[in-house]
Write a protein that binds this ligand. Structure first.
Ligand code: MIC
Ligand code: SF4
Length: 649
């Protein structure tokens, strides 16, 4: 039987298990990377495990999220990360070098390899023909310490691309927005999307990376493209020809499902507030006035994308009511744009050029005004994420954003009347890695420097014989980790201080949450009730650690997003599923629940009897923990059950 790309790469990296959908498998990992907002915890956790040096072949610590330095906290975190990287043998990418996913694609991603990253957009590397998966910090820390990465083998879906995009009006961003419209934010859960077909040739590596990046919004474990001559051309342009290998699926490979997309039929699309799957053709909402346009982010930061907007803006001026913000994805892109005079075109048109970092995408500056409309070439438009709760954020391609910036209203590039030149990716990138500090030997005595805002990682007690806890919140479907643990410039600096950040849990949904949770903690703790796809979005383990710190014992939901479910388990919080929908309906905020003998249930058939003490009835819940996860839940999470010696065997 033939094999698909995922099976080939997984087979070559197999530590244990049979590579078959649904099976628990262990994989040996080639590369791990962290970013600063999740990285402080990941490196504190690595330190707590007690290993001298990272054990994966390549580890990179990036700084790209927490860039505003309004006080000492972010700068202290950067220094902590730099000294930790130095001590433990990781590359360190200094602030200013750019967004982790863009730099990783440029300088480290390689076909056929497997990378983990402590960020949900790690799948960007799928554009390079690599398996790249987003994980929580603790998961990454244990892999850096030498453990295989364990995962339930996802289903592999083939996405067959035929035809050609109508460039320059229609771009890779419109491909993934179209898929989001078709499949929704939970359409990819438990799946890896493997791209194939004659249309693949129409896309270069950065375009493929845009599609793979935003596969995260589908909830997919990752996405991957074949490695072909386009991959070789990109690696050659990055001076990394030696990293190229060809990778393609066998002609008789099997897939759990096949989705066909005709590229020629795709139109310019736009995601409306407040979800990346709320997608319509731009023409349907053309004419809406905009206040702000943001172009860049890890989704659309290639040199080609930036060059195209510079050429659209050239010689023009944005209207007086529009703010245009541009954040190039990497220093490489930024430097090339500057040397070619393209930054000048942007500035001249009225753009505000930000540093190469996440910036407005995570509310690190660039928040829209009250009730304002912002259109962005980014990947997420969850309510409040941009920093302004009543702002309306739309997502569209860089080309659509640039024409919208010039018109001051949402416009389909085809109807804009503007000249939109076709651009090509560079055949030779400017290579200047002077902001990447390589690992050195003999670093045992390096002192890790921790500022006063950096606090220990809290650890949960082992699973109790009875959980008696209050329902602190009852929520609907698709609750994001931004809802659970908001980001933004005021909160992100506390990423290395769980007691402080815990005060912001569910802040945008219910600002009494943390004080109510603290009260409930003294009486046995809290329970959250969720709908479908609970915890979608980012990989931030703070959405599990901070509620755990506030006494969260269990989440009972209709279904979970993959990374958040793992994060809950890694921090000892029980993820339970309702057996019947009716029980979700009956339960209310404030109800007191008793979960009987959870230890026996975890060890046995994973059926839990939950008594609603307030309303006087009992219902059933289930968990779907594999053997390793059972052990973690029983012990109170991954940190208490991780011993240095068991990892180095
Ligand atoms: C995001 O885009 O939501 C983030 C910020 O990059 C997160 C990581 C984080 O919360 O630090 C992600 O995507 O995982
Ligand atoms: Fe940064 Fe935004 Fe990408 Fe997250 S999605 S890594 S915040 S640019």
């Amino acid at each position: 039987m033939g094999r698909n790309i995922v099976e080939k790469i997984f087979d070559a990296h197999k530590a244990y298990g049979e590579i078959k959908a649904g099976n628990q498998i262990g994989l040996n990992i080639d590369q791990v990377y962290t970013q600063d907002a999740t990285g402080t915890m990941a490196w504190l956790e690595f330190e707590a495990i007690g290993i001298d040096r990272v054990k994966v072949p390549l580890t990179v610590s990036y700084v790209d999220h927490n860039m505003l330095q309004s006080n000492f906290m972010n700068a202290d975190d950067h220094l902590f990360l730099q000294t930790a990287a130095q001590k433990f043998g990781a590359y360190f990418s200094k602030p200013g070098n750019g967004i982790c996913h863009q730099i990783h694609l440029e300088r480290f991603a390689a076909p056929g390899r497997i990378a983990l990253g402590t960020d949900s957009h790690t799948p960007t590397g799928g554009g390079m023909g690599m398996i790249a998966i987003g994980v929580g910090g603790l998961e990454a820390a244990t892999v850096m310490a030498g453990a295989p990465f364990e995962i339930n083998m996802p289903k592999v879906v083939q996405v067959k691309l035929t035809g050609k995009l109508k460039k320059p009006y229609v771009t890779a961003m419109d491909v993934i927005l179209t898929l989001l419209k078709m499949l929704s934010v939970k359409g990819g859960v438990g799946k890896i999307l493997e791209y194939w077909g004659p249309g693949v040739k129409d896309l270069n590596v950065p375009e493929r990376a845009t599609i793979a990046n935003m596969g995260a919004e589908l909830g997919a474990t990752t996405s991957i493209f074949p490695s072909d001559e386009n991959t070789l051309a990109y690696l050659k342009a990055q001076g990394r020809t030696k990293d190229w290998v060809e990778i393609k699926a066998d002609s008789n490979a099997e897939y759990s499902e096949i989705i066909e997309l005709k590229l020629g039929k795709i139109e310019p699309m736009i995601a409306q507030p407040h979800s990346p799957d709320n997608v319509v053709p731009i023409r349907e909402i053309a004419g809406r006035k905009v206040n702000q346009v943001c172009i860049g982010s890890c989704t659309n930061s290639s040199y080609q994308a930036m060059k195209s907007i510079a050429s659209i803006l050239k010689g023009k001026t944005i209207p007086e009511w529009v703010n245009l913000l541009i954040n190039p994805g990497s220093k490489q892109v930024y430097e090339m744009l500057s040397r070619k005079g393209l930054v000048a075109e942007m500035i001249s048109a009225g753009a505000r050029i930000l540093e190469a970092s996440c910036g407005p995408c995570i509310g690190m500056g660039g928040a829209p005004g009250s009730g304002h409309v912002s259109i962005r070439s980014y990947n997420r438009n969850f309510q409040g994420r941009a920093g302004t709760k009543d702002a309306s954020v739309y997502l569209a391609s860089p080309v659509s954003c640039a024409v919208t910036a010039l018109k001051g209203e949402i416009v389909d590039p085809r109807d804009s009347g503007l000249k939109i030149p076709k651009t090509k990716e560079s055949e030779r990138f400017l290579i200047n890695d002077n902001l990447i500090i390589p690992p050195k030997q003999g670093t045992k005595d390096v002192r890790i420097i921790k500022g006063p805002n950096i606090k220990e990682v809290p650890v949960k007690e082992s699973l109790k014989q009875e959980i008696k806890a209050e329902v602190l919140l009852k929520l609907g479907n698709n609750i994001t980790t931004d809802d659970i643990m908001p980001a933004g410039s005021a909160i992100l600096p506390f990423r290395s201080n769980i007691p402080a950040i815990s005060e912001f849990v569910f802040k945008n949904i219910d600002d009494t949450f943390s004080s109510r949770a603290n009260t409930a903690k003294t009486k046995g703790g809290g329970i959250i009730v969720g709908g479908e796809n609970y915890g979608q979005g980012s990989s931030r383990e703070h959405a599990a650690i901070a509620p755990m710190y506030l006494g969260l014992q269990a989440v009972i939901a209709k279904s979970f997003a993959r990374i958040h479910r793992s994060n809950l388990i890694n921090f000892g919080v029980l993820p339970l599923l309702f057996k019947t929908e009716r029980d979700y309906e009956r339960i209310e905020k404030g109800d007191m629940l008793s979960i009987k003998n959870p230890v026996d249930a975890v060890k046995g058939g994973q059926d839990f009897a939950v008594e609603n003490l307030t309303k006087g009835y009992t219902f059933e819940a289930v968990s779907t923990l594999n053997d390793r996860e059972k052990e973690l839940i029983l012990k109170g999470g991954l940190l208490p059950s991780t011993k240095a010696r068991s990892l180095t065997k």
